[in-house]
Design a protein around this ligand. Structure first.
Ligand code: SF4
Ligand code: SF4
Length: 379
């Protein structure tokens, strides 16, 4: 089979983040120090070699960049300052754009205007939608327990339908892209014979790695794993409450603090705040290798999540304190930030790694088992 070389690939990749990889002389120290590399997945050295050789098509089929958790240990050790950890991050952005059949990921990662424009347009559209299509405008009478009649201003049944349409759209994009990832990384390799049972016996990997991110805890600095996990759990929980269970969550009743709606909402908010403070501070101060380089997409994600969290907290306070005007406008602002964040970030940009990574680990385990079976049969 002919192997095509793209000599311009390394320069084209600069649009996803500036790498330094021509400095690498393949000593292999980075792979030796990485807690996630093994005899089957030798990274970051191997993908860097493919990159140096311009083997673009071969790189599209690799899973290694997803097995890296960007602890930065390899970059600390590299004798050539080639920043191998950052290159893995850049390759993940690139691979996200390869899997995405719409081409939007590529636009968002390589053009600031596209990402800003998409967020702004969707935000304006949502703000207009909520301002125009609400049956009673600002409802100033309060509920018997003194709260704002938020469901009268923004009927939860209708908002819930919109949330479900958004959920189905986001899930469809992500599923299509994951199928593309599966095709590129497993199906395309005709030399790989994968028994179907491996897909079944490894299925649990997706659940375990999505919810625990336990591989991450193998990195030397475990605080990074902890704050990433707490941010992720807060984010996923809030996503499930708002998009999956809004009728239960968007309530006019003022519950006591120990009611499930409040406990879950407070946990999610605390997780988001703890994670946001940790990551924002790390990136502002450039603490360690993992925060040394920030792409615009990293900041857009942090800013949108911060605005969503703050507007969500204010909305809660205004509602239970019986402040209808403030609740009305904060609700619209909250939605005008939340919806574009979910529509842009989840399927096409920064957030998509939460879906791709557990699937990559799942595919990598399947591949490893298939290779071991192949080896055994050839003995
Ligand atoms: S990136 Fe650095 S540590 Fe890794 S192989 Fe190249 S020179 Fe060696
Ligand atoms: S950044 Fe950490 S996890 Fe990623 S390749 Fe380097 S050592 Fe491994």
């Amino acid at each position: 089979m002919a192997i095509r070389v793209n000599p311009g690939f390394i320069n084209a990749l600069d649009r996803f983040g500036k790498e330094n990889i021509q400095l690498c002389y393949q000593c292999g120290d980075c792979s030796a120090v990485c807690p996630h590399a093994d005899e089957f997945y030798r990274f970051p050295r191997k993908p860097i070699r493919l990159l140096q050789m311009g083997l673009e098509k071969k790189l599209e089929t690799t899973l290694e960049p997803w097995l890296c958790y960007y602890c930065g240990d390899c970059s600390d050790l590299c004798p050539r300052d080639a920043n191998p950890g950052d290159t893995m991050m850049i390759l993940r952005r690139y691979l996200t754009s390869v899997y995405d059949w719409t081409g939007l990921s590529k636009k968002f990662y390589t053009s600031h205007w596209w990402e800003f424009g998409a967020v702004l347009l969707i935000g304006i559209f949502i703000a207009l939608l909520f301002s125009v299509f609400n049956p009673h405008g600002i409802v100033t009478t309060l509920t018997p327990d003194g709260g704002v009649k938020v469901n009268e201003m923004f009927p939860v049944g209708i908002v819930n339908i919109g949330a479900h349409i958004m959920l189905i759209s986001i899930a469809s994009f992500l599923i299509a892209n994951i199928i593309h990832m599966w095709y590129l990384t497993l199906l395309k390799d005709k030399s790989l014979k994968i028994p179907f049972r491996l897909y079944i016996t490894n299925l649990y990997q997706i659940i375990v790695h999505f919810f625990t991110q336990k591989q991450f805890s193998k990195c030397k600095d475990r605080s990074y794993w902890f704050f990433h996990w707490i941010l992720m759990s807060g984010y996923v929980l809030m996503f499930a409450l708002i998009v999956g269970n809004l009728k239960w969550f968007q309530t006019e009743k003022i519950y006591s603090w120990y009611e499930p709606q409040r406990i879950l909402g407070y946990y999610s908010t605390l997780g988001l705040i703890a994670g946001l403070v940790f990551f924002s501070w790390g990136r502002i101060k450039k603490i360690g290798q993992k925060f040394k380089f920030s792409h615009l997409s990293d900041w857009i994600f942090i800013i949108l999540l911060f605005m969503t969290t703050v507007s969500g907290i204010l909305l809660h306070i205004f509602r239970i304190e019986g402040m209808p005007v403030a609740t009305y406008y904060t609700y619209i602002i909250h939605m005008a930030v939340l919806v574009p964040m979910l529509c842009v970030e989840v399927p096409f940009s920064k957030w998509s790694h939460l879906a791709y990574r557990p699937f990559a680990i799942y595919f990598a385990e399947i591949k490893k088992s298939a290779m071991l079976i192949g080896k055994k049969n050839n003995l």
